[in-house]
Design a protein. Structure first.
Length: 352
């Protein structure tokens, strides 16, 4: 079976069950809870909760009929309110996913749709909530078969998706190359060996086949360069021989980011990040490296430079690379949205 991240309204999912972010007491809360009660039939569902369930602790789950929903059942996960991460919120959130999946299995269900539990009005950080969801769902799927959806639906993600899709399609059309012929590669290789007009002009040589004088830079431009860029250039020169790990740490520090900010935004496991950080010669997989480029909010030049230190490059013949390039070039550092776009383009997802 599989795990997919989709952009949809969870109340419209045609699965055996949907998961609701429920309150401890038999009352209707905000956000997902309100939407589920309204779609299922507020009075019927609330009456069932009061008569058959009652109060339930955070991290626990219970099941009810779906009433007017397409889904036959609703699994209600009593979601933790985020209080800074020091009150057992992670274990409670993990319990919501783990126990929901176990309850679905016990009831013989073949498909289930989750919201991104606790990341709305309950305040759990979105990227951290996604990492926990992916951990628990993938762990379940190692030993069980079930079709599992993680449904991302809020005003922000919907607006972003609508705004992003046309630009991304045009970007793919412009930049994606299915293949290059050997003749094209040979021509490029041959052209690369020839000194270009720019290189000849820059080094004080006359361009071949022209009577133009060499390009000379005005004295003021040298002064301007030294004032604005010399120190930055010298700083970059110090890192010429850095490995992937060393250069990543340099970029993170230079951008005044914390390590936790980076690996959480990248939705990269903390243990994997620690291996990269503590071992200068650690060689990450390409997708991990790309995710860290997003997590560290790199621009396209920084991304290419960092990837090269692990022996990778952005390929115009790889749609995954093209989509990553689009997100990075447009400063959209959102791994959840990026994963949805991979899914919508029929490509292997990263989170799921």
């Amino acid at each position: 079976m599989s795990f997919k991240i989709v952009r949809n309204d969870i109340t419209k999912m045609n699965t055996d069950a949907i998961v609701n972010t429920a309150n401890q007491l038999p009352i209707v809360g905000t956000g997902c809870d309100t939407a589920v009660y309204e779609a299922a039939g507020r009075e019927e569902l609330l009456k069932y909760r009061k008569e058959h369930i009652g109060a339930v602790d955070e991290g626990e789950v219970f099941i009810t009929p779906g009433f007017k929903l397409r889904a036959r059942y609703i699994i209600h996960a009593v979601s933790p309110v985020y209080l800074g991460g020091q009150d057992g919120e992670e274990e409670k959130l993990r319990s919501c996913y783990r126990k929901s999946l176990q309850l679905a299995k016990e009831n013989g269900l073949k498909s289930i749709a989750f919201p991104l539990i606790s990341t709305g009005s309950f305040g759990y950080p979105k990227e951290e909530g996604m990492r926990i969801a992916a951990d628990e769902i993938n762990a379940f799927l190692l030993h069980n078969e079930m079709l599992i959806y993680l449904v991302v639906f809020d005003e922000k993600s919907t607006r972003l998706g609508e705004k992003l899709s046309p630009g991304l399609e045009a970007y793919i059309d412009r930049n994606y190359v299915e293949k290059k012929t050997e003749a094209e590669y040979a021509a490029e290789k041959s052209d690369f060996r020839k000194p270009s007009i720019f290189r000849k002009a820059f080094f004080g040589l006359k361009p071949f086949g022209t009577n133009k004088e060499p390009v000379c830079l005005a004295e003021d431009s040298y002064v301007d360069f030294e004032e604005k860029h010399e120190s930055k250039l010298q700083e970059r020169m110090k890192h010429l021989s850095d490995t992937f790990s060393e250069y990543l740490m340099y970029l993170i520090n230079n951008k005044k980011l914390s390590n936790a900010d980076v690996y959480k935004r990248a939705i990269v496991d903390k243990k994997v990040f620690s291996k990269i950080k503590n071992n200068p010669d650690y060689h990450p997989q390409k997708l991990t490296a790309l995710c860290l480029c997003v997590g560290a909010k790199l621009n396209l030049d920084e991304t290419r430079d960092l990837l090269a230190r692990a022996g990778y490059a952005l390929s115009p013949c790889d749609k995954t690379d093209i989509i990553f390039s689009y997100f990075i070039e447009n400063k959209i550092y959102d791994m959840i949205e990026l994963d949805i776009q991979l899914e919508e383009h029929g490509l292997p997802c990263i989170i799921s």
